[in-house]
Design a protein around this ligand. Structure first.
Ligand SMILES: [Zn+2]
Length: 162
């Protein structure tokens, strides 16, 4: 484990990432506040995207999600899912940008629908729910919504049998 460069160190004190994702982040960037916001949004977003995926996202092999400094002098952070990724630049709703970007990458890379809107077949969309970033039914806002990281698991999950 000692042969990893510093910027590949696992995120300290972060909640565990859902399989197959392994989240890594730089020890320091020029924009620590932006990076911290982005990192804080990654794990709950991944949890929802795994919990709400149809078909399920394979638990193996591991997929590395990296939050790193964006190249160039414009600031911002780059979030990579395996070898693809997207940039997040201030000023923006960092949490929403992370959730939206990760949703697009996971949907594309795993060919899944996620997070499935419970009771519907379509994916939920990133939205501001009660002042917080979350997911909402794109067709009927009254039908379903939840805060980021709050996608239901277990019997009520979108990953229904049949
Ligand atoms: Zn819906």
């Amino acid at each position: 484990m000692t042969d990893h460069p510093d910027h590949d160190d696992p995120v300290p004190d972060a909640p565990p990432s859902p399989s197959p994702f392994v989240v890594r982040a730089p020890a320091a960037t020029r924009e620590p506040e932006l990076a911290a916001l982005a990192i804080a949004a990654v794990v709950p977003t991944l949890s929802d995207l795994v919990a709400g995926a149809q078909p399920p996202v394979p638990e193996h092999p591991p997929v590395t999600v990296t939050v790193e400094e964006a190249a160039g002098d414009h600031g911002g952070v780059m979030i990579r899912v395996d070898h693809a990724g997207f940039g997040v630049f201030a000023p923006t709703d960092v949490t929403a940008a992370v959730a939206d970007g990760l949703q697009q990458e996971v949907v594309r890379q795993f060919a899944v629908t996620t997070p499935v809107c419970p009771g519907h077949r379509h994916p939920a969309r990133v939205a501001v729910v009660d002042g917080m970033t979350g997911w909402r039914c794109p067709v009927d806002p009254e039908h379903w919504s939840c805060p980021l990281g709050g996608y239901p698991t277990g019997d009520t999950a979108g990953r229904s049998a049949v």
